[in-house]
Write a protein that binds this ligand. Sequence first.
Ligand SMILES: Cc1cc2nc3c(=O)[nH]c(=O)nc-3n(C[C@H](O)[C@H](O)[C@H](O)COP(=O)(O)OP(=O)(O)OC[C@H]3O[C@@H](n4cnc5c(N)ncnc54)[C@H](O)[C@@H]3O)c2cc1C
Length: 402
Amino acid sequence: MNFDFSEAEQAFAEEVRRFLRANPLETFPVDGMDAGYGSGANSRAFLKALGAQGWLSMCWPTTYGGREQPMFMKLVLMEELALAGAPFGPLAGCWQTADAIIEYGTERLRREVLPAIARGEATFWQGYSEPDAGSDLLALKTEARRDGDHYLLSGHKIWSSHAGIATCGLVFARTSRESRRSRGFSMFVVPNGTPGMDIRPIRSLTGEVYHHEVFLDDVRVPVDLMLGPEGEGFQALLNGLDADRFWGRFYKAPALARVLRQLVDYANTTGGSAPLSRDPVVRRRLAAIAADIAALRLIFYRTGCLIRDGAPLTYETAMAKVYADETGQKLARLGMDLLGVWGPLRESSRWAKLGGQISHLYLTTLGHTIAGGTAEILRTSIAVRGLGLPAEPRAAAEPKAR
Ligand SMILES: Cc1cc2nc3c(=O)[nH]c(=O)nc-3n(C[C@H](O)[C@H](O)[C@H](O)COP(=O)(O)OP(=O)(O)OC[C@H]3O[C@@H](n4cnc5c(N)ncnc54)[C@H](O)[C@@H]3O)c2cc1C
């Protein structure tokens, strides 16, 4: 088994590093903060600069303006961007949506949306969750009623990340009431600003806005903005969730490795003649998390190999996601412990250590084991599909009557 990058991949990694040296990150205005996944902040300008390099569409078929590069080039790009702390926030969502459009999008989506993604002009939010539909997503109430060559979407979405700064929503809605539970749902690409769409911010623990409620009141969406055939949206949803777990977390290992490097420097340079790095507990915890991050990277590359080879995914993205999100929380806790009294200070404090990013990481990573499928739900998936355990846990024994 050879874990090395090919010569072409190494040459591309070097090309990305050259690009980052030639385009200092501070020169790109930021439109939204990193929500702690390690994808960096949201910067439209940076996304457009990636588009100008041809990197957003490099793996697409030539028919759609791509260069048919192997999928691993995307991993090389993401890893370099995450190691550098670049503001590539919307990238994973763009790639996920593009792949779905290439696989089962209409001609209109391919003609209009793919070029906008390639240029770095189109970004996406996911409108799946609702106030009464999270883990049990099929309990959702948003409806899409056919009206000539349009659908009218009505409902209430919640927790939609970055809906306020993205250009389009991927809205999952009910198109009919079929007897089979997983049928009768469809996915729509809905441009922000369509009349009847009201996006309201939800302030998060950090005080920043990542999440939104989206109210849909008879939002008119042309039929050819539906992603896949009517009523078959459940498969699009499952593919989207798998893709989100992989592409939306792949860069956690390099991003966490970058934070770990800063914590190691901090431990080496803090404490004067008795630096933190000589403390056996600190050393053990730093070493343990270094192993976690190395294992995390391998889990993602292994899953990446399966995706590249077209192998069916069952539990693999669930395992990768749980491990990524829990490792992020573990590193954030370690960082808070190392920084001690300085830990909770925010970016705005002149006393903050490491730019206040550890308290930011701590607060943002708390929600990660909920987003995109909770750790409990994903562990069930690993138990059932990965280990072959029965789907339903054994009911607790009834207490015996005396
Ligand atoms: C940071 C963040 C970003 C998000 N971004 C988006 C987004 O962009 N788009 C979007 O649509 N949604 C988004 N969400 C919403 C997210 O997908 C839901 O919160 C998640 O699916 C859980 O749903 P819920 O909140 O309704 O909790 P519930 O489903 O009500 O679950 C509550 C608790 O019960 C547990 N539970 C539920 N059912 C079971 C079961 N069968 N077995 C064991 N335990 C169970 C859960 O694990 C959880 O601990 C985001 C959430 C967060 C925190």
